[in-house]
Write a protein that binds this ligand. Structure first.
Ligand code: BES
Ligand code: MN
Ligand code: ZN
Length: 497
C-alpha cells in the first residue's frame, strides 16, 4: 500500500496535524510557510535559527515540539541549502530527507509545506508530485521475508497532505499511480529468487489483469515457445528447474486499432552466469536481474491506474540462468525466433538472448508504434555511467530525446550512448550470424547493438538500468527505476503533459 496523498491548504489554516514540515534556507532565510509557522509558534523557529540549532544546510532536519496552541504538534524543519542555485534535484533531495525524518516519528500523518518553494522550471503539479513521491519512497519498507512482527503499537506514517493550490491536484493523481507502479517494481526486485521466479512473475501479472476489465494477460509456456521457435530464450532457460514464461499484458486505453506502445523487460529472476559462472562474491545481487521486468510491469500498472488514453503492451521474458548438465554452453549456436543464428561465447551474456526473442515476438505480433526495453543488461553500463544515470540507446534521435526529457522531468534520469554501426563489427562470429558478446570495450553499447539487430526497421529504444535499478550494498533495495521515466514518457505520448 502506498501512502494516502491529499491536497491541503497552507499555513496557518492547514492544521491540526501531528506533524508539519517546513523548509529553511541557509543564512536564516525562512520560506513563507516557515515564517507563518514561526509566527504561529511564538517565534521558536527564528530563535532556533539564531541559536544555530537550525542551520538550513541541505539535507539536515530538526524536529521540535510546537507550543500547545500551534497548528501542529511537531514541526520538522528541513534545511534547503543556499537559496541561490536551488534546483529540482535539491528539491527532491530535501523532500526525501524530510520524509526520512518524519518516518522516524510516531505519527500517522503529516502536512508538508514544501511545494510552495519556487523551483526553476517546475510548476506546482510537479512540486506536489515530487514531494508526494519522495514521501512514498522513504515510507516503503521491505518486510515480506522477515518473521512477522506482533502488531505494532507505535503509529506509522500512512498519509501525507501536501499544501498547494488546486493545480497541484494533478500532481497527486500522477504521484499515486507512479507510487503504486514503483512499489510493485521495488517489491518484485527485493523478493528473493526462491520466491520471485518466472512462475511468480507470471502470477503477479495474471492477478493484476484479473482485477481490471481493460487488461488482458497471457502467459506463453515452454511448449508454446518451442513451437514458435524461441530458440535463443529457451537455450538460456535450459539449465533451470524453473520453467520459463513469456508474459504478455495488453491494456486498451486508446482508440481501437491504434498501434500500441510496447514495453519489454528483462526478467532473469536469477543470473548465476550459467556455465560461464559468475564469481561467488556478490552473486546474490543477481536476484535483481529481473528489475527490467519489474520496471515495465510497474510502468504498465501505473499507466492503467492513470487511465492513460493509449494502447500499451508489456512483454516480459521470465527465465532463470543456471549451470546444469542440460544448460546451454559457450560454443553453442542458437537459432533465434527471428531466424538469425547466434554463437554463444559467454552464457553470462544471457539477457540479450532472452530479449532478442521477446523483441522479435513483440514486433511481429503487435507492430507497435514504439518499443522500449528495460534491462539490467551490462556491468559495463555501470562502469560507464555509474549509479545515477540509466543508459539510453536508440537509433532514433527524437525518441532518445523524448526519453531523456522524460527522465529529466521525473528526475529518473538517463544519458545517451551511441549505437553506431561501427560498433557492430565487435559482434562478428565465424560460426553464426552474430556472437552474443563483443570485445573488451564498450560493453553496454555492443549489448545494445546486439539487440538492434533484432529490431531493424522498428522505432525502438533500449534502457540499460544495471546501475540504477537497485541501491548498492548489503541492505541495498530496489529503486523502482525506470518506472517514473517510462510513465512520464507515456504521459507525454498520451498528450497529457
Ligand atoms: N545481469 C548481468 C549484468 C549486470 C552485472 C548487471 C552487474 C548489474 C550488475 C548480465 O547478464 C551480465 O552478466 N553481463 C555480462 C556481459 C558480459 C559477459 C559480456 C557483464 O556485464 O559482465
Ligand atoms: Mn549475465
Ligand atoms: Zn543478467
Amino acid at each position: 500500500m502506498t501512502l494516502q496523498f491529499s491536497l491541503g491548504s497552507s499555513l496557518p489554516d492547514s492544521g491540526p496535524t501531528p506533524c508539519a514540515v517546513v523548509g529553511v534556507f541557509e543564512h536564516g532565510v525562512l520560506t513563507s510557510a516557515a515564517a507563518r509557522l514561526d509566527v504561529a509558534c511564538g517565534g521558536v523557529v527564528k530563535r532556533m535559527v539564531e541559536s544555530g540549532d537550525i542551520t538550513g544546510k541541505a539535507g539536515t532536519a530538526v524536529i521540535l515540539f510546537a507550543p500547545v496552541d500551534a497548528p501542529a504538534e511537531r514541526v520538522v524543519v528541513v534545511g534547503l541549502g543556499a537559496q541561490k542555485g536551488f534546483d529540482a534535484q535539491r528539491y527532491q533531495k530535501v523532500c526525501l530527507e524530510a520524509a526520512r525524518a518524519v518516518g522516524r516519528l510516531p505519527v500517522e500523518s503529516a502536512v508538508v509545506h514544501l511545494a510552495e518553494i519556487d523551483v526553476p522550471g517546475r510548476d506546482i503539479a510537479w512540486r506536489t508530485r515530487t514531494a508526494a513521491l519522495a514521501f512514498d519512497h522513504a515510507a516503503y519498507r521491505y518486510t515480506a521475508t522477515f518473521k512477522p512482527k506482533e502488531a505494532k503499537k507505535t503509529p506509522e506514517l500512512s498519509a501525507v497532505t501536501i499544501t498547494a493550490e488546486a493545480a497541484g491536484e494533478r500532481g497527486l493523481v500522477e504521484a499515486a499511480a507512479i507510487a503504486t507502479g514503483t512499489r510493485l517494481a521495488r517489491e518484485l526486485g527485493n523478493l528473493p529468487p526462491n520466491i520471485c521466479n518466472p512462475a511468480y512473475l507470471a502470477d503477479q501479472a495474471r492477478e493484476f489483469a484479473d482485477r481490471r476489465v481493460n487488461v488482458e494477460c497471457e502467459v506463453l509456456e515452454r511448449e508454446e515457445m518451442e513451437k514458435l521457435g524461441f530458440g535463443s530464450l529457451l537455450a538460456v532457460a535450459r539449465g533451470s528447474a524453473n520453467a520459463p514464461k513469456l508474459i504478455v499484458l495488453q491494456y486498451r486505453g486508446g482508440a481501437e486499432g491504434e498501434k500500441p506502445y510496447a514495453l519489454v523487460g528483462k526478467g532473469i529472476t536469477f543470473d548465476t552466469g550459467g556455465i560461464s559462472l559468475k564469481p561467488g562474491a556478490g552473486m546474490e545481487e543477481m536476484k535483481f536481474d529481473m528489475c527490467g521486468a519489474a520496471g515495465v510491469l510497474g510502468a504498465f500498472v501505473a499507466t492503467v491506474e492513470l487511465d492513460l488514453p493509449v494502447n500499451l503492451v508489456c512483454v516480459v521474458p521470465a527465465v532463470e540462468n543456471m549451470p546444469d548438465g542440460s544448460a546451454y554452453r559457450p560454443g553453442d549456436v542458437l537459432t533465434s525466433l527471428s531466424g538469425l543464428t547466434i554463437e554463444v561465447l559467454n552464457t553470462d551474456a544471457e539477457g540479450r538472448l532472452i530479449l532478442c526473442d521477446a523483441l522479435t515476438y513483440t514486433g511481429d505480433r503487435f507492430d507497435p508504434a514504439v518499443i522500449i526495453d528495460a534491462a539490467t543488461l551490462t556491468g559495463a553500463c555501470v562502469v560507464a555511467l555509474g549509479k545515477h544515470a540509466t543508459g539510453v540507446m536508440s537509433k532514433h534521435d527524437d525518441l532518445a530525446a523524448e526519453i531523456i526529457a522524460a527522465g529529466e522531468a521525473s528526475l529518473d534520469r538517463g544519458w545517451r550512448l551511441p549505437l553506431w554501426d561501427e560498433y557492430q563489427s565487435g559482434l562478428e562470429s565465424g560460426f553464426a550470424d552474430v556472437a552474443n558478446i563483443g570485445g573488451k570495450f564498450g560493453g553496454a553499447i555492443t549489448a545494445g547493438c546486439f539487440l538492434a539487430r533484432f529490431t531493424e526497421g522498428r522505432r525502438w529504444a533500449h534502457l540499460d538500468i544495471a546501475g540504477t535499478a537497485w541501491d548498492e550494498g548489503r541492505k541495498g533495495l530496489a529503486t523502482g527505476r525506470p518506472v517514473p521515466m517510462l510513465v512520464q514518457w507515456l504521459i507525454h505520448r498520451a498528450g497529457q503533459a
